[in-house]
Design a protein around this ligand. Structure first.
Ligand code: SF4
Length: 297
């Protein structure tokens, strides 16, 4: 089996529990969502996208209509978008061929080549984290992860984070594997999508999935919501309560919407105040402040 992934890069974790920790990111291809409405300003534009039955928002459709997906350019030269899913090239089939396909040996070589010392645990004992993101990283690759984590050169890896939309149950084999290992800690960075994304509550809020993740030994779970308005804060309250009713209670982070620092800075203070009022945690987007909205950050 080969892994299809759009990019692997070394950066600092910009969000959530491990902000600032040097980490290798592995961005897998494929997602069950489209999140077309992120950053789309008016209700009319949002409605129109859905009324037309599209799975592409206007910006991505514009790229496809312009034939960008047919250009012979490397992945990192693809345009950045400011609305919808910011990793569009990791989710849309039109951009699949910009993603690499590699067996476990090649993936391990690639990941380790990005670390400062070619290893996860450095000679001074400090460790580099692995963050598996997407797309939705738990959609298609669970079997391959076991092979990846068991590779001889992955034995000194101590921390793995899955950045997930929390809609995909763990397959029995993967669940059992994770439960029977004590070499590394798994962090479930769970981001159920709110209405502002364009996805529906029914498809996005899955307490049974979050509950299953919480049952994995040697793992830590938190919720991270991308928010923009008071309406979003209220929705987060309802979502968190729904998970709580199902027995899932874990730290809640709010993160301001905005792929560009101009937009991001607009509602940073409001989001921080909403967190303080409710006892939730604020997550910055450190990578946006450091590097702007770019691939490989
Ligand atoms: S869940 Fe994440 S990767 Fe999937 S479409 Fe939404 S923003 Fe993109």
């Amino acid at each position: 089996m080969k892994l299809r992934y759009s990019e692997a890069f070394y950066s600092v974790q910009g969000e959530g529990r491990f902000v600032g920790v040097p980490s290798v990111f592995l961005r897998t291809f494929g997602c069950n969502f489209r999140c077309m409405n992120f950053g789309v300003d008016t209700e009319k534009d949002r409605w129109q996208q859905h009324a037309e039955g599209q799975r592409y928002n206007a910006e991505v459709k514009g790229l496809i209509d312009a034939g960008v997906h047919k250009q012979d350019i490397p992945f990192e030269d693809l345009p950045i978008v400011h609305t919808g899913c910011d990793t569009y090239a990791s989710i849309y089939p039109e951009f699949k061929h910009f993603n690499r396909q590699a067996g476990v040996e090649e993936v391990v070589d690639h990941l380790l080549s990005l670390t400062p010392q070619g290893r996860w645990t450095q000679t001074d004992g400090q460790d580099i984290h692995l963050i598996i993101t997407g797309g939705e990283p738990l959609l298609a690759w669970q079997k391959l992860y076991v092979e990846l984590f068991e590779h001889p050169r992955m034995q000194d890896l101590k921390n793995i984070t899955f950045e997930t939309n929390t809609t995909q149950l763990l397959k029995d084999d993967f669940f059992n594997y994770l439960n029977n290992q004590d070499r590394f800690e798994v962090t479930w960075s769970c981001s159920p999508k709110l209405k502002v994304s364009g996805e529906t509550w029914e498809s996005a809020v899955k307490p049974d999935v979050a509950e299953q993740y919480s049952l994995v030994d040697n793992s830590y779970q938190y919720f991270k919501f991308v928010v923009q308005s008071q309406e979003d804060f209220n929705e987060v309250e309802r979502v968190v309560e729904t998970y709580k009713q199902a027995g899932v209670s874990c730290p809640v982070y709010l993160m301001p919407l905005g792929g560009r620092s101009e937009e991001y800075n607009l509602n940073v203070k409001e989001v921080a105040e909403a967190c303080m009022e409710r006892g939730w945690r604020f997550s910055p987007r450190l990578h946006i402040s450091l590097f702007g909205n770019a691939w490989g950050t």
